[in-house]
Design a protein. Structure first.
Length: 168
């Protein structure tokens, strides 16, 4: 959005904010969210750009040291340790995983996910599971947690109507 939904003033750069959210037992903290605000003082913070949520999800890149290596097997995908090349085990534990990504608009995004972890039986390192497919339900849950955080208290345009989101 380029203009305030209340007074139609041109939006200006607002504060960089931090948001938290949770979905399906996975929690997320996102720092470094750039916003736009109304210079006339109207209430609300706006998305800085429309694809911000997608950029936040892209921070969970398979190249990250925190994400397991995916090995395609004959019958199923395996989650492998990036250090030991050993198949990871699920010990039903959660871990904090930190991801940092430079966004297209020049802001450093700091994303912390508290999510189920896979552990290497050899070196004990913990990993976030690799994304096995576009329809991977685990990555859908991670996306829902990120969405819960980044949409909180922000105003954005959806189709042709304006919608305010809050975390009540």
């Amino acid at each position: 959005m380029k203009k305030c939904k209340s007074c139609k003033s041109e939006l200006v750069d607002g504060p960089t904010v931090e948001r938290t959210g949770e979905s399906d037992g996975i929690s997320c903290r996102v720092r470094g969210i750039p916003t736009k605000i109304c210079p006339s003082g109207c209430a609300g913070q706006y998305w800085y750009w429309l694809d911000f949520g997608v950029e936040a999800l892209d921070a969970l890149d398979d190249k990250s040291d925190n994400v397991a290596r995916r090995k395609i097997g004959m019958f199923k995908d395996k989650q492998m340790c990036k250090t030991c090349a050993v198949e990871l085990v699920d010990k039903k534990q959660t871990e904090n995983f930190v991801f940092q990504k430079m966004l297209d608009k020049g802001t450093m995004l700091d994303l912390t996910m508290t999510a189920p972890a896979l552990q290497c039986p050899t070196c004990q390192k913990k990993y976030l599971a690799a994304n096995t497919s576009r329809s991977d339900p685990f990555y859908g849950k991670l996306g829902d947690a990120i969405e819960a955080a980044v949409k909180k208290d922000l105003i954005y345009r959806e189709s042709s109507r304006v919608k305010e989101l809050s975390c009540d």
